[in-house]
Design a protein around this ligand. Structure first.
Ligand code: 5AD
Ligand code: SF4
Length: 470
């Protein structure tokens, strides 16, 4: 295949962490074709929009961005240059050929299961084909193809995402994921361990395992035995430089006893869990096809907190699902009061074409959704602030991840995923330190570093921008 030395690639990522992971892989897949990433869309030869389809606004944002890019492309053509535009991710998957009709500036449409084929697609484009679309779910293993691509690009990070599972078989009646990402698939253990080890050797100290239904993970080991998420976490926790493990997103139905127990047993598994419940009314949970009622969720949280008393919870909520009455909504508020969350995401229900809930004729009016969302968010905000305030005076370990906002400061994360900044005091990015939380501000917590949190380990300085100066 023809290489194109010196070309620039700009990737804009929408939506979830899996898209962040995919965008990094897209950059890797294109690097051997001569593409280096840039932060400036205006200087790019290829622009990839890695899209999200989970809610209406996400797709609309993509189309308006494509309108702007069309003008950039026209300008480039007038100046004798060229610009290729690719749309990847779930909007690409859902829209397919339609995307080319609705946004004629688009050259390539590639789904989440086919982006390893981008080099081939670009070659077809260069050979004069107009509008190349690849959105099927191929039998070939995307992850196998990706494993053969060279090193990650860009500055070294001390935290990383690692996709271990994709797709969803749950079919919640509001959700497009089972249609855009396909059926549940778990990567084999060996592949995941190899990727984790590579990350560790690059200085990564915290890995977040990703999957649409991450705790439904059932990967195969070398002997063909099925490995659960709890067993996988245990294996990964043996990789010495990896000090912290997280996983997201979990479904309450797949939270098995081993995984619950692991939170109390393995100190590398962080005491923070994203466990969406979506709603607090049994009637609505049933209509959503969630497969559990509110009490089952509350009981599950109690079990988790018994295993790990300081576990901080995060969740997702949908307000204004079709047929949701004021009483149903108040049950969501009651559940939130009962569980108490350290952080949460909440959304107005957005009808997604092709999903069962979108067909219902009892849609909730927009102003009602807006009013409920405001009430729910006020409650969740209060809980988040209370959680942060309660941390003042506490000592906790902080993984220093990046330069702080002011010179001499570093920014990091607490075990509970709070953003924390502190005076560096000789510490560098990649250090895990013990720090006392002093104040809570709009942009996170500020802390005073008391000691190194990992004294037993040889200090490995990670060559991250800004670290050397501190
Ligand atoms: N409308 C609103 N929110 C949705 N989510 C998924 N589908 C929809 C929809 N149609 C939310 C859920 C899910 C999160 C990723 O996005 O809360 O957990
Ligand atoms: Fe969507 Fe439900 Fe699957 Fe989550 S579990 S990805 S909300 S269908």
């Amino acid at each position: 295949m023809r290489t194109a030395p010196g070309k620039k690639l700009f990737i804009k990522t929408y939506g979830c962490q899996m898209n962040v992971y995919d965008s990094q892989r897209i950059a890797e897949v294109l690097a051997p074709q001569g593409y280096a990433t840039t932060e400036e869309a205006s200087e790019a030869d290829l622009i990839v929009l890695n899209t999200c389809h989970i809610r209406e606004k996400a797709a609309e944002k993509v189309y308006s961005e494509l309108g702007r890019l069309r003008r950039l492309k026209q300008l480039r053509a007038r100046n004798g240059g060229s610009l290729a535009i690719a749309v990847a991710g779930c909007v690409a998957q859902a829209e397919g050929e339609e995307m080319l009709r609705r946004a004629p500036a688009v050259d390539l449409v590639v789904g989440p299961q086919t982006y390893h084929r981008l080099p081939r697609m670009l070659a077809r484009l260069e050979q004069g084909e107009a509008g190349v679309v690849e959105t099927e779910f191929p039998a070939e293993d995307k992850f196998d193809a990706l494993a053969r691509t060279p090193e990650r690009q860009g500055p070294r990070q001390v935290t990383a995402f690692l996709t271990i599972q994709e797709g969803c078989d749950k079919f919640c009646t509001f959700c497009v994921v089972p249609y855009t990402r396909g059926a549940e698939f778990s990567r084999p253990v060996r592949q995941i361990e190899a990727e984790a080890m590579k990350l560790a050797s690059q200085g990564v100290r915290e890995i977040t395992l990703l999957g649409q239904n991450v705790n439904a993970y059932r990967g195969l080991d070398d002997r063909g035995r099925t490995v659960s998420l709890a067993a996988l976490l245990t294996r990964l926790s043996r990789i010495t430089p990896i000090d912290r493990l997280r996983y997201t997103t979990s479904h309450p139905r797949d939270m098995d006893e081993d995984l619950i127990a692991l939170h109390g047993e393995n100190p590398k598994v962080m005491p923070y869990l994203h466990l969406p419940v979506q709603a607090g009314s049994d009637r609505i949970l049933k209509a959503m096809n969630r497969g559990h009622d509110a009490q089952a969720y509350i009981d599950l949280v109690a079990k988790l907190r018994k295993a790990r008393p300081d576990l901080a919870l995060s969740g997702d909520f949908i307000v204004g699902f079709p047929g949701e009455s004021e009483t149903d909504f108040e049950m969501t508020l009651a559940l939130v009061r009962d569980v108490t969350y350290a952080s949460a995401f909440s959304f107005k229900y957005s009808p997604r074409p092709g999903t069962p809930a979108a067909e219902r004729d009892d849609q909730v009016p927009e102003p009602v959704k807006a009013e409920r969302l405001a009430r729910l968010q006020a409650l969740l905000d209060r809980q988040r602030m209370d959680f942060n305030q309660a941390c003042i005076g506490r000592r906790m370990s902080i993984l220093l991840e990046k330069p702080g906002r002011r010179p001499g400061q570093l920014g990091g994360r607490s075990p509970y995923l709070q953003a924390v900044h502190a005076e560096a005091r000789g510490h560098v990015i990649g250090d895990i330190v013990e720090a006392e939380i002093e104040t809570v501000g709009a942009n996170g917590l500020s802390a005073h570093i008391r000691a190194r949190g990992d004294d037993s380990r040889p200090r490995h300085r990670v060559a991250t921008e800004g670290a050397a100066a501190l």
